[in-house]
Ligand binder design. Structure first.
Ligand SMILES: CC(C)(COP(=O)(O)OP(=O)(O)OC[C@H]1O[C@@H](n2cnc3c(N)ncnc32)[C@H](O)[C@@H]1OP(=O)(O)O)[C@@H](O)C(=O)NCCC(=O)NCCS
Length: 260
């Protein structure tokens, strides 16, 4: 597997002109080929991650060691070509040297709970960047991120850990995408936006420039966010309006400056 190996997690200056066929990195570490790749979560997103990584892995590793971790041993039963790849439960996974994990849970709350628990047990997460994704020269990507086909990460963007950027999503210049955020297909973060920890953006959403989105907020599919958003709320529509408070409300402060 072709590697991107910045020692400090910052993409190398030569990246734009020398895009490798497949880029997998672990922020802060030099990358080695994995003995075993484990996709965490065998739901729809997990199977998509499998399809994007498997061709690339087949091309570079002859024994094609890819499995799934999921607490439901029957999660792949309906998919005969994948069924045998269920490897074990997330809750009982014991890290082995040479394992590299790819985070494929979509819901931010579950993703952060699972990812942080696994990392605390010593699991090592890679970040996967599909070869059709466009990544600016000075982007910083944390661990456990999945950057899907045709996603774009513009200049001076910081992605935290466990960020998922689905097909065709965009993180605009100077934006900060916090740990565990999920950008669904074709979601668009404009320039100088901050998505705090655990934000979920539905399909075909847009966040206007200079906007702050609070922790664990959810942006409904097709919505356009024009003002700051409070933590833990669901926003929908054009322009997006608050529709409900979520269970996170009691856990987070509500800054008065946020209008959501
Ligand atoms: C924002 C969201 C997460 C809220 O989910 P929820 O809290 O379960 O809300 P509900 O589905 O119960 O819907 C609540 C109300 O909002 C409406 N609604 C739901 N999604 C909407 C949307 N995107 N735009 C406008 N209205 C919407 C529902 O019709 C419902 O209206 P009602 O109370 O008059 O019946 C969800 O609606 C959504 O948009 N999810 C995005 C899905 C997606 O893009 N997934 C990507 C997978 S790759």
């Amino acid at each position: 597997m072709t590697l991107l190996t910045p020692s400090n997690g910052i993409a190398s200056e030569t990246m734009p002109n020398q895009l490798p066929i497949c880029r997998v990195e672990i922020a802060g570490q030099n990358m080695v080929e994995a003995d075993r790749w484990l996709i965490v979560g065998a739901g729809g997103f997990g199977r998509e991650v499998y399809s994007w990584t498997s061709g690339l892995l087949r091309a570079t590793q002859s024994d094609f060691p890819v499995g799934f971790l999921d607490d439901d041993p029957n999660s792949l039963d309906q998919f005969p070509t994948l069924k045998e790849r269920w490897t074990g439960r997330i809750s009982t996974y014991s890290p082995r040297t040479g394992d590299r994990l790819l985070m494929a849970v979509g819901d931010p709350t579950s993703k952060l709970a699972v990812g942080e628990a696994l990392a605390a047990r010593g699991a090592v997460f890679a970040s996967f960047v599909h070869p059709t994704a466009v990544i600016a020269h000075d982007v910083r990507i944390g661990f456990g991120c999945i950057i899907c086909p045709f996603a774009v990460v513009c200049c001076n963007v910081r992605l935290g850990n466990f960020v998922s950027m689905n097909i065709g999503s965009v993180a605009g210049h100077d934006s900060i995408i916090g740990d565990g955020c999920t950008l669904s297909p074709h979601s668009d973060v404009a320039g100088k936006v901050t998505l705090n920890r655990g934000v979920f953006m539905g399909c075909h959403t847009a966040i206007l420039p200079n906007t702050q989105v609070g922790e664990f907020a959810r942006i409904g599919a097709g919505s356009v966010v024009i003002n700051n958003v409070s933590p833990g709320v669901s926003m929908m529509g054009v322009p997006a309006k608050r529709i409900s408070w979520l269970q996170h409300d009691s856990d987070v402060d509500q800054p008065e400056s946020m209008a959501g």
